[in-house]
Design a protein around this ligand. Structure first.
Ligand SMILES: [Ca+2]
Length: 337
């Protein structure tokens, strides 16, 4: 009986942990779901990637000010990872190169003299679901800087990625993502490339702002109630939902994805061609601005709080700060098939 109660208690605790952090319960040995990707043709030119044809489209959206103005944009063809980069893929990179991610390194105190001591420890920002909130403008009620959080422990030290090789790698920074991409002989997508790929050939600006079906987003009342009608409370393994018309999985939802573009408050400030010229640029106009554009929204995007599960949505992300809802995929600028 006691053993039975202990088992129930453990299951309840595990459920709470997973639902509130979106990452693995450290005590759980349960089988973690994985989703089967369609088999690629053996003759695929670049395995794991799909060809995104060139095109001209109306880039942007009008749901939030930072998405406009909608403007005509031309993109050359390129190859793109068909899924977000996974823990298994990032582990392979780390094993081959000995790379130490930014979340594992101490913060340079001279660069950030005003940071409290705990934020100078290696770590990342982790989402934790509160049971109630007083003010939805106070993000600190559900986002916490967590020493010890890094790609192997995306929810903090007690959490792990065992059995989660097919989940998107998270808490990676711009530098980490670019290092991985270069190791593969690739780069990160520009914002225009990413948005064109997510649109999958649709040239006109999207007017549909509805929450997408077939994507890992948030159903319920953010951030206190997550009904997980889409099947996942937290992160989902890559490829659990149908791909878009180009064969790209999870462009919307699951994790936000880093681009190489410097973030500006709207698209009038810097032209797309200038923003994307140099992946190492840490601020085209303002050297203090160390933010990159992220795209696609995440499992935390909900209709009642952050409708950013759209191709035209965009947000800024500090270059050197990892979070538990942020990942990436790579592109290869090479001739088409
Ligand atoms: Ca979900």
């Amino acid at each position: 009986m006691a053993a039975g109660l202990a088992l129930v208690a453990a299951l309840v605790a595990g459920y709470w942990y997973t639902t509130h952090t979106g990452v693995a319960d450290p005590s759980s040995q349960a089988q973690v779901p994985a989703c089967l990707l369609p088999t690629e043709l053996p003759a695929a030119s670049h395995p794991g990637m799909v060809w995104v044809p060139p095109g001209r489209f109306e880039m942007g959206d009008d749901r939030y000010p930072e998405e406009g103005p909608i403007r005509a944009t031309r993109v050359a063809g390129f190859w793109m990872d068909r899924t977000e980069v996974t823990n298994a893929q990032f582990a392979e990179f780390v094993k081959a190169t000995g790379y130490v991610s930014q979340a594992e390194r101490p913060v340079d105190a001279s660069q950030y003299p005003d940071l409290p001591a705990f934020m100078r420890q290696p770590g990342a920002v982790v989402f934790s679901q509160p049971t109630q909130v007083k003010d939805r403008n106070d993000l600190g009620q559900w986002w916490q800087y967590t020493p010890g959080a890094q790609w192997r422990h995306p929810g903090g030290t007690p959490t792990h990625i065992q059995g989660r090789g097919q989940f998107p790698v998270v808490t990676v920074t711009y530098e980490d993502a670019l290092a991985y991409a270069r190791w593969k002989g690739r780069t990160l997508p520009s914002e225009a490339q990413w948005e064109w790929a997510a649109r999958a050939g649709q040239a006109l600006a999207a007017k549909d702002h509805d929450q997408p079906h077939g994507a890992n987003t948030w159903q319920g009342v953010f951030p206190v109630l997550n009904s997980a009608d889409d099947g996942f409370v937290g992160l989902a393994p890559v490829g659990c939902y149908a791909p878009n018309a180009l064969g790209l999985f999870d462009m919307l939802g699951n994790v936000w994805e880093l681009t190489r573009d410097v973030y500006t408050a709207n698209h009038r400030a810097v032209s797309d061609s200038v923003k994307s010229l140099d992946p190492d640029a840490s601020g085209v106009r303002n050297p203090q601005m160390r933010q990159r554009v992220i795209k696609g929204g995440s499992f935390l995007c909900s209709p009642d709080y952050c409708m950013r599960y759209r191709s035209g949505s965009r947000q800024p992300q500090e270059e050197d700060l990892g979070t538990s809802h942020l990942g990436f995929r790579t592109v290869l600028e090479a001739p088409g098939p």
